[in-house]
Design a protein around this ligand. Sequence first.
Ligand code: SIN
Ligand code: FE
Length: 295
Amino acid sequence: MDSPLVSLDLNTWHPGQGDPAWTGAVESGRVLFFPRLAFEVLPAERSLLRESMLAAGSRNVSLDAAGVLKGAAEGAADQAVLKAMIGRFRAQALQLVEGLFPTYRGALRVAPTSFRPRRVETRAQSVRADDKRLHVDAFPTRPNHGERILRVFANVNPDGVPRVWRVGSDFESVARQFLPRAKPYRLWQARALQALHVTKSLRSEYDHDMLQLHDGMKRDDDYQRNGAQTEVSFPTGSVWVCFSDQTVHAAMSGQFMMEQTLHLPAGREASRAASPLAILTRLAGRPLVGISYPT
Ligand code: SIN
Ligand code: FE
């Protein structure tokens, strides 16, 4: 397998001129890796790098698009410092993405920014929620109809502990392997989920297929052990960027990470044919979104 990473020597959050090759690489499912680009944690912020910054029951601390901090433990002073740190990461991540991928300018929608203080290895979770298993990101409650999930990650571990991922093979190979086992899409089920407010809008066949891939991969122990994969290690003081709805990934170990999610409208890619929606549509031989069903 080719390396799933494309290393770039950049050491600034303002890349200036983007290179179309970077857009091509990220759209083909590669991870852009910046070993010399660090998100700087300021001295006053260092004490926030502790797991107890999480409120009970929260997985992450997040700053929503409206600037509201969620999931942080009590303590107004710490919360204000944390909010500023997450906000600074958001500003830098947006600048980075604008510079790297100029053709996305004006089209990206900012989703929440998160600070992830939990240690990956000790997170006990159901198989479906276990991100230590290879998967592509797909959301059960928020159908996206082909809108893309672009993510910027920064390892801020203060003790030099890397964040270790496994990265699987390309989306099309994995889709060809798992789609034949997927449950068929049923419009009545999608309508029932929407009526019960399980989903925030109608789950399209695309969303259904993406969830089937996500769950099918995570449930398959043989695939998890023996499927094509490469272990990669992201050191403290590095940044990486990928389309997490396309890059097959699993987070194996590490602690303290920043993450920014951005959404790109379906079809706004530089090369549409490489997207999960285009690939799944080709494999299905029929449209998977944008169908107007009789009510
Ligand atoms: C994931 O998106 O599956 C988790 C990424 C991470 O925690 O490093
Ligand atoms: Fe994921």
